[in-house]
Design a protein around this ligand. Structure first.
Ligand code: 5GP
Ligand code: ZN
Length: 115
């Protein structure tokens, strides 16, 4: 499954460059092009699903494992004190790219970031 117009499908296919953090057969993590904080990373399924609500449940275990691996790597790489995991679902909730993705946003004590 792929959407020709979708930027994350094009990144997953290697047609658009990204700063890759992690890759498995079904998942990819890369740096956000407009980071809310240094090290802001996105984890996406390589296949096109519109939102988290559309993800096949059999991907759940692999996604959780990847969120943990990538989350630890991002924290180590940035020296962050914490991390926000986020999933915007539908435009009303702030989703702009309609290909399901997880935000991992490093947080630093007293950084003042408002999400
Ligand atoms: P959303 O608002 O849909 O939850 O978040 C989409 C995220 O994708 C935004 O943080 C935005 O900066 C990021 N993004 C959009 N286009 C690109 C791109 O071409 N490359 C990368 N690396 N990130 C992108
Ligand atoms: Zn897509």
């Amino acid at each position: 499954m792929r959407d020709e117009q979708c930027i994350f499908c094009r990144i997953a296919a290697g047609e658009v460059p990204c700063a890759k953090i992690y890759e498995s057969e079904r998942l990819l993590a890369f740096l956000d092009i407009a980071p809310s904080m240094k090290g802001h990373t996105l984890l996406v399924p390589k296949e096109h699903y519109r939102t988290l609500l559309d993800l096949p449940s059999d991907l759940g275990e692999e996604i959780l494992a990847a969120l943990k691996v990538v989350g630890r790597a991002v924290m180590e790489g940035t020296g962050a004190d914490g991390l926000n995991f986020g999933v915007n679902t539908n435009a009303a909730a702030g989703q702009v790219v309609m290909h399901a993705h997880f935000h991992l946003i490093p947080r630093f004590a007293g950084d003042g970031l408002k999400l």
